[in-house]
Design a protein around this ligand. Structure first.
Ligand SMILES: NC(=O)c1ccc[n+]([C@@H]2O[C@H](COP(=O)([O-])OP(=O)(O)OC[C@H]3O[C@@H](n4cnc5c(N)ncnc54)[C@H](OP(=O)(O)O)[C@@H]3O)[C@@H](O)[C@H]2O)c1
Length: 229
């Protein structure tokens, strides 16, 4: 068995960085990405992963990222984790701008969809692979003043459900992950009562290592303090 390979987006901080650490510790050869080249360099030194900065706000960089990962890993990745994402600010509908919509769409939805497409072109003929889209538990409760973020994550959820059905006959696994509040730089305020990023990452990594006969389609988890469901 050759060592597994993985492409992880949003790997400079938070949940993504912990996924890289945990996969590397399990012998997976990882290609990590984000925009902050210095943080990526530190992660590469710490874990031995490949790392390169790409800005997923630009459609062509999503495509270039996949090609760079393939080249560094010596072939298509076994695992793709679309984890990069953000919510810039809470805003009531009356304050949403076209720029807000475009910015969120590009990273939270378009980049993930493009990367899924690129991975499917390799995974379908190979009849194996596992794609994980990190969505959000906001899909299940849709809070007020989160309109743009909710819209993009709900769209990614819809895409992911469709992809699960498309990929299944070809032996490709697809998982939508719906984390609740996690204490990362995702929000300005520290939330020590929320999930630790290590814990959220462990849920995702354990899913990637689920027994071969198990397909995890939806993985929802929350901190015990969360009551918004
Ligand atoms: N934290 C939560 O409470 C929570 C709850 C539910 C779902 N989620 C989801 O979980 C995922 C990870 O979030 P997190 O909490 O770990 O957030 P985080 O600590 O803020 O990390 C976000 C990651 O996304 C990357 N990213 C943002 N914009 C990017 C761009 N234009 N191009 C490339 N990379 C970009 C960031 O890298 P650079 O800054 O280096 O570009 C960073 O590595 C996100 O999809 C988020 O929506 C988070």
């Amino acid at each position: 068995m050759h060592p597994k390979t993985a492409l992880i987006t949003g790997a400079t901080r938070g949940i993504g960085r912990e996924i890289v650490r945990q996969l590397s510790a399990r012998g997976v050869r990882v290609f990590a990405s984000g925009r902050d080249a210095r943080l990526l360099e530190e992660l590469a030194e710490e874990t031995g992963c490949h790392a390169q900065a790409f800005d997923l706000a630009r459609a062509e960089e999503a495509t270039a990222l996949y090609a760079a990962a393939k080249s560094a890993l010596g072939g298509a990745p076994d695992f793709l984790v679309n984890n990069a994402g953000f919510n810039r600010r809470k805003a009531p509908a009356a304050e949403i701008t076209a720029a807000d919509l475009d910015e969120h769409y590009a990273v939270n939805l378009r980049a993930a969809v493009l990367l899924c497409g690129a991975a499917m072109r390799d995974m379908v003929p190979r009849k194996s692979g596992h794609i994980v889209n990190v969505i959000s538990s906001v899909v299940w409760h849709q809070s007020e003043n989160y309109g743009v973020y909710c819209a993009m994550k709900c769209a990614l959820h819809g895409f992911t459900v469709s992809l699960i059905k498309e990929a299944r006959p070809h032996g490709v696994k697809v998982t939508g992950v719906y984390p609740g509040g996690t204490d990362t730089e995702f929000r300005a305020l520290e939330r020590p009562d929320y999930l630790r990023p290590e814990s959220a990452a462990k849920m995702i990594v354990d899913t990637l290592f689920a027994p071969a006969d198990v397909a995890v389609h939806q993985l929802t988890f929350r901190p015990m303090v969360e009551t918004n469901f």
